[in-house]
Design a protein around this ligand. Structure first.
Ligand code: LMR
Length: 339
């Protein structure tokens, strides 16, 4: 038996569509009734990232447990909507589920989510968990109802690294660089504190902007860096581990309320298990991406010394105070208490 070879990048999207269509056709032919409920889950990263894999696990669990009555259509890679329009699509009912990064909630009225962007706040994933799985995480998700959203959980990606066409080991290395950032005031302030100029761009535009020299560098976990092919357009990656990137899974409140109670329970349970799965593999996915990057040999990888990291950390301290002023001391005290 021979396996089809992996298609060239340009054909990949079409190929994925045809695989999805074939799967759907088989299911419809076998199970006859059309699915009673369709959930379109859209996000901006690649399938083989922690988020992409967690969504696929959710899809499998839901379809299996509902006997195909509920189908989940997975649209990775900003195929349907990107950072600029996905939230509106959710509000209008053009998609049912999203998992934007926590950094993207500030601009839509939830500045307290930007606490996850604070540089050097978390030492490791266990500390992140103390927040996402504790009282603060529950409060953050509950607060989403302010703007008609329901939060189903938090997905991990991992810790962010800095890239550019030079090593970024000390604040002086950032001077004058245009660094692509997500729409987070905290991340923009972090880049300014390091001496760089932040440029807010959608995720799906980032690789091209790096290639064209519209921006000089960026930050992301290695899984995103690798799956976007950013290594082809950045000569240096510095393993600064300076900040965390995670996601909140959200649905529209009206859509959620329209579901039968049993379906809500099935979806919530499947999401719970998919989250556990995604969070177990996130670190390994980032390590795999780093190993692949080393093999590709396109990008020099730098590891800052303890003293260099401490210097970077000192340079961005003011960012913590600025957020505290914006969201109030109560949040920051709660965080400090939990950590
Ligand atoms: C980014 O915009 O850099 C990330 O939020 C993309 C993602 O969803 O991981």
């Amino acid at each position: 038996m021979s396996f089809p070879s992996w298609p060239a990048p340009l054909d990949r999207r079409r190929w994925l569509h045809s695989v999805a269509a074939a799967t759907l056709t088989t299911r419809v032919a076998k199970a006859s009734p059309r699915p009673a409920l369709t959930i379109r889950f859209s996000h901006v990263v690649a399938e083989e990232t922690p988020k992409g894999l967690a969504v696929q696990r959710f899809q499998a669990l839901v379809e299996q447990r509902s006997d195909g009555r509920i189908e989940v259509l997975h649209y990775p890679g900003a195929q349907l909507y990107g950072d600029q329009d996905e939230m509106q699509a959710l509000q209008l009912g053009a998609v049912e589920m999203l998992a934007p990064s926590l950094s993207k909630f500030g601009r839509i009225g939830f500045p307290e989510f930007e606490l996850f962007d604070l540089p050097f706040l978390f030492n490791d994933a266990r500390e992140v968990r103390r927040i996402t799985e504790g009282a603060i995480g529950r409060r953050l998700l509950k607060g989403l109802s302010r703007h008609g959203l329901v939060g189903l959980g938090f997905f991990d990606n991992g810790f962010k690294q800095m890239s550019a066409n030079r090593p970024l080991l000390a604040p002086a290395d950032f001077k004058g660089l245009r660094m692509r950032v997500q729409a987070s005031r905290v991340i923009a302030a972090q880049m300014r504190a390091l001496g760089a100029q932040p440029v807010n761009l959608g995720f799906s535009e980032t690789r091209r902007a790096l290639a064209n020299g519209v921006v000089d560098g960026t930050e992301n976990p290695v899984s995103n860096f690798w799956t976007q092919g950013m290594h082809e357009v950045q000569s240096d990656l510095t393993l600064t581990q300076h900040g965390y990137l995670g996601y909140a899974v959200i649905v529209n409140q009206r859509f959620w309320a329209s579901l039968a109670e049993g379906d809500r329970a099935l979806l919530a349970q499947a999401m719970h298990e998919a989250t556990d799965y995604g969070n177990q593999i996130s670190e390994a996915q980032n390590s795999k991406a780093l190993a692949a990057l080393r093999v590709a040999g396109t990008t020099r990888i730098h590891v800052p010394t303890g003293a260099q990291r401490a210097q970077l950390r000192r340079a961005v301290e003011s960012v913590h105070l600025a957020l505290e002023r914006r969201i109030g001391t109560a949040w920051m005290q709660a965080i400090r208490g939990a950590l």
